[in-house]
Design a protein around this ligand. Structure first.
Ligand SMILES: NC(=O)c1ccc[n+]([C@@H]2O[C@H](COP(=O)([O-])OP(=O)(O)OC[C@H]3O[C@@H](n4cnc5c(N)ncnc54)[C@H](O)[C@@H]3O)[C@@H](O)[C@H]2O)c1
Length: 311
């Protein structure tokens, strides 16, 4: 890897990925329309990278023809939380945008690392969920991410565009923020914001629904391992911790870390929410030697430390 494009690079996962790439002296260009990302996320690396304000659903990719990446990390996404309200825009970004990325990769003979979503399996029929688990999409976002995966596989089989697909579990970590405008309320970020402000968190459903919470730096390490691989073209991997944490337990961990005992209120279950989620990372371990390093307690501690400095 010498030169990369990162779509959605000004977002949460993208900004951490870029820091790691810059540390490896890789030339980075960010494509982001800043609908959910921010230049602030790239503050520490902005002098070492190129940033293009660019909508990936835009069909005119000639304006960025000057870039010759050997790898494209395709992270740009229209969020799950908003996809029921605006399924059309979700499709434009997550399907048309992904096709545009694959076409550009074909033209430039670049690899594609695509971040998909483990939620497309729906309510698990067995635990831990594996790559063989049947699909049961609950939102337009899930369906559109799945179509993106299928296109990545087709482009590998038909055109030889090397792609690795990662279905991410629930990612958390520094720089993840609540975005009320997009209805985006990530679990740890929401709980920390509420408890720090002394407000009462509202837990939708009874709080016994579970998540597989993965710390963002662990995700980044695995995406880079995938990009350096040669023998897994068109394959899909779960990217997870194989650890189940209930929303109530996450709340408890946040309260303990912050040092405040706040009792949450309980609300209605959100449409499309899943009862249980825990995913095996065995396949990624066998293929890339990946295993997650940061347990939830440590990840939450790092998040709270960052939040207090960046309120
Ligand atoms: N965070 C999670 O828990 C999680 C879980 C599963 C999968 N993922 C996947 O990981 C990837 C990164 O997620 P994230 O949490 O960093 O999200 P994020 O919203 O922070 O980052 C996505 C970025 O894409 C940009 N973007 C949106 N539409 C665009 C467009 N049309 N053109 C260019 N840029 C556009 C946004 O401005 C944002 O900076 C996504 O593909 C997402 O589907 C994330």
């Amino acid at each position: 890897m010498k030169e990369v494009l990162v779509t959605g690079g000004a977002g949460f996962v993208g900004s951490h990925l870029i820091e790691s790439l810059v540390n490896e002296n890789i030339k980075v260009t960010v494509l982001d329309d800043f609908s959910n990302g921010s230049e602030k996320n790239l503050q520490q690396v902005k002098d070492k990278i190129q940033i293009e304000k660019f909508d990936i659903s835009n069909t005119d990719w000639n304006s960025i023809n000057k870039y010759n990446p050997d790898t494209i990390f395709h992270l740009a996404t229209h969020p799950r939380s908003f996809s029921l309200q605006d399924p059309k825009r979700n499709m434009e970004v997550n399907v048309h945008g992904t096709l545009n990325v694959l076409e550009f990769a074909k033209k430039k003979d670049a690899k594609v690392i695509y971040t998909s979503n483990s939620g497309i399996c729906g309510d698990p029929q067995f635990l831990p969920v594996t790559e063989e688990h049947p699909i049961d999409c609950k939102t337009p976002y899930d369906a559109n991410k799945l179509v993106g995966e299928l296109y990545a596989k087709i482009y590998y089989k038909i055109h030889g565009v090397y792609s690795v697909i990662f279905r991410l579990a629930t990612v958390y970590g520094e720089r993840q923020r609540v975005n009320e405008k997009l209805g985006w309320r990530p679990l740890i970020a929401t709980l920390v914001e509420k408890v720090e402000k002394g407000e009462t968190p509202i837990i939708q459903w009874d709080g016994e629904q579970t998540r597989d919470l993965i710390y963002v730096k662990d995700v980044v390490d695995c995406l880079i391992l995938g990009a350096k691989s040669k023998d897994h073209g068109g394959e899909m991997f779960l990217l997870s911790t194989n650890t189940e944490t209930s929303v109530n337990k996450a709340h408890e961990t946040v309260c303990k870390t912050i040092g405040k005992n706040v009792t949450p209120k309980y609300g209605e279950m959100l449409p499309g929410d899943l009862r249980r989620m825990v995913l095996s990372y065995d396949k990624a371990k066998k293929a890339f030697g990946f295993s997650p390093k940061v347990p939830v307690e440590e990840g939450v501690r790092r998040y709270v430390e960052w939040y207090r400095k960046n309120k």
